[in-house]
Ligand binder design. Structure first.
Ligand code: AMP
Length: 596
């Protein structure tokens, strides 16, 4: 496919705010793309160049792109930076500026019949993989050649792809809907496509198989080592006693709930790779866990699911989540591995010696896990007690709290208790200490805007506008503005932290009422944990917007608790969960204490 054809689809996607229209455009795009470029078309549409787990980083900061533009256009870097400030974005400038073609570019890029999608991808991959001495020079040269070969509109989108600022209105779910529409004219295949995508985490691969072998081929997509599986998620209830009714099995496993970071470990012979909840490769951060899995798992190949917690082995005590965050680093990894020791609490087995275990029941998976895991200081099976009544679950829960844990995760032991990738399933239900104390559960919300600070806060932000994720519509809907709970230091650092994600208009896929529009906009990137006093109906917020009542759901008296860097925007609390919490709250008024 010609890159200019893809660009015309991007323009159409950006012109509409209607999800249905986007789905139709994407279905048409799917039909136009060929088997050889459909994967790239998917990555580009999502603003990336490869699946997230593939560790492909272009390594192009704004400064490098400015330098490349300066060199290719023969202008001065200072002048380019000034123009960027005037024009607002680098991509707008790249579209405007003239970049003369030079014969020497022929070595970097083929341009006989105009740029093809593969040419752009190939050049971006060469930029990403350039390493060692002189790599920056090479990156700039390839980018310069690519921009010189492109026309005005193409340059606009290439620069957005290169700087990681390409966000069209379509998210992953809309793209999957588009694929379903392309083959059947409806969304009927979305569940199958979603399951395949959550199993292999490569939307380009799913699209390619769909194109080549149809929906029956997609159904055959299996787990593979070194491709993360999207983690299964938990549900919440209003009362502990409800757990027994919701989980349809006589025996319920009450597992310890740890406050750490979800990690999926892939063991492939002696090689071990670790993936975060965002499905990024974080192997480098935990050399101690890598070694523990390598030596403590008696299997040639295996995929484990579990939680890494900061742990004081001497005292046998669990440390707070904030402690674990010190291990999120590129440098001084070894030093911190010693000062902040961790323990990998493994609670599931998804793959063993060449076979997927996801269709096995929870008790079967757990039995296999027990057989292959040799416990050590750094690696152990999650604690678990099988219960048959709410009283027994409460006992397990209280005993966990005494040992410094967060609560319990109750898991079905029924014969159909399969591992459901990416699904928020009623087979797993959490119960946390906050619920018991009569406090509300916290929400994980995405920052999409900020108001300007006044008085003591002038020059900075007054509050941040937070949104929940509406899975069905694949959009972000506002729930509250959060201005309290931040330390002075955090508040001061907010503008700098959010700056790289600043936009000059409302981000696509975000629904905001006019009256709630903030002064600053950010593309959905950061997730924050927020505590509130109750959920109310409000004309100011769009979460579960009711057109008849002209009101949505809002969180009252919200308070910042902590950053959730391990969660992606799509892993924020969903609009559906908030609707359920609203209904549960109606049943039990005391759940939400009125706060001042
Ligand atoms: P929350 O983040 O509060 O929605 O709780 C769900 C998260 O708890 C999961 O995504 C895991 O990261 C974490 N977790 C801690 N212990 C367990 C466990 N035993 N089983 C499953 N998830 C657990």
């Amino acid at each position: 496919m010609k890159f200019s054809t893809l660009v015309s689809f991007f323009e159409r996607l950006e012109e509409t705010a209607s999800q249905n229209e986007m789905t139709e455009i994407l279905a048409e795009l799917f039909g136009k793309a060929s088997e050889s470029d459909i994967d790239i078309v998917c990555y580009f549409t999502l603003g990336t160049i490869a699946p997230g787990y593939a560790k492909v980083d272009l390594g192009l900061g704004e400064k490098t792109v400015i330098a490349a533009l300066a060199r290719a256009s023969g202008r001065d870097e200072e002048a380019i930076s000034r123009w960027v400030r005037d024009r607002g974005t680098l991509s707008a400038l790249a579209a405007d500026i003239e970049i003369p073609w030079k014969e020497e570019y022929r070595d970097s890029i083929a341009v006989e019949n105009g740029l093809r999608v593969e040419d752009v991808h190939d050049a971006l991959m060469r930029i990403a993989t350039a390493s060692g001495s002189g790599s920056m020079k090479k990156k700039k040269a390839v980018l310069g050649a690519l921009l010189a070969a492109a026309d005005e509109k193409e340059r606009y989108y290439i620069t957005r792809l290169a700087t990681g600022t390409m966000r069209l209105g379509a998210g992953e779910r809309t793209l999957l809907d588009g694929m379903s529409h392309a083959v059947s004219g409806s969304k009927e295949h979305r569940p199958v496509l979603e399951h395949a995508y959550y199993t292999c985490s490569d939307i380009g691969h799913v699209a390619n198989i769909l194109k080549r072998s149809g929906i029956s081929g997609v159904k055959r997509i299996r787990v593979s080592l070194n491709r993360p599986i999207r983690p299964m998620l938990t549900q919440r209830v209003g009362e502990l006693a409800e757990i027994v009714g919701k989980i349809s099995s006589e025996r319920i496993a009450a597992e310890e709930k740890y406050d750490g970071e979800r990690i999926e470990a892939h063991k492939d012979g002696d090689a071990v790779r670790l993936f975060s909840r965002r499905l990024t490769d974080i192997t480098g951060q935990f050399p101690d866990v890598v070694e523990a899995v390598r030596s403590g798992i008696a299997a040639t190949t295996a995929i484990l699911d579990g939680e890494v917690v900061a742990y004081n082995a001497g005292g046998g005590t669990y440390q707070p989540f904030q402690q674990l965050m010190h291990r999120r680093r590129k440098y001084h990894v070894k030093e911190y591995a010693e000062t902040v020791p961790v323990r990998y609490m493994v609670f599931d087995l998804l793959y063993l010696d060449g076979n997927s275990k996801m269709c096995f029941s929870y008790p079967e998976r757990r039995a296999h896990l027990k057989e292959i895991l040799t416990p050590s200081e750094l690696l152990t099976l999650s604690g678990m007690k099988v219960c048959t009544s709410a009283e027994e679950i409460r006992d397990a829960f209280l005993s966990n709290l005494k040992r410094g844990l967060e609560g319990v995760i109750c898991k079905s032991c029924a014969t159909d208790s399969m591992y459901e990738p990416g699904n928020r399933s009623w087979q797993w239900i959490k119960w946390k200490k906050e619920y018991e104390n009569g406090l509300t559960d916290t929400l994980d919300l995405v920052i999409i805007g900020a108001t300007a600070g006044k008085g003591r806060r002038s020059g900075g932000f007054g509050s941040v506008l937070c949104a929940a994720y509406n899975e069905e519509e694949d959009v972000f809907q506002t729930v509250c503005g959060v201005g309290t709970g931040f330390s002075d230091e955090e508040l001061e650092g907010l503008p700098e932290k959010l700056e790289p994600h600043t936009l000059d208009r409302k981000p696509s896929r975000c629904q905001v009422r006019n009256r709630t529009e903030p002064e600053f906009w950010f593309s959905p990137e950061y997730v924050v944990e927020v505590l509130g006093s109750e959920i109310t109906k409000s004309p100011a917020h769009t979460c579960n917007w009711d057109e008849g009542e002209k009101r949505g759901l809002a969180l009252r008296f919200p308070r910042f608790i902590r950053w959730r860097p391990e969660k992606s925007p799509e892993q924020a609390t969903t609009a559906e969960e908030i609707a359920r919490m609203y209904r549960q709250q109606g049943n039990r008024e005391t759940r939400w204490p009125r706060r001042r």
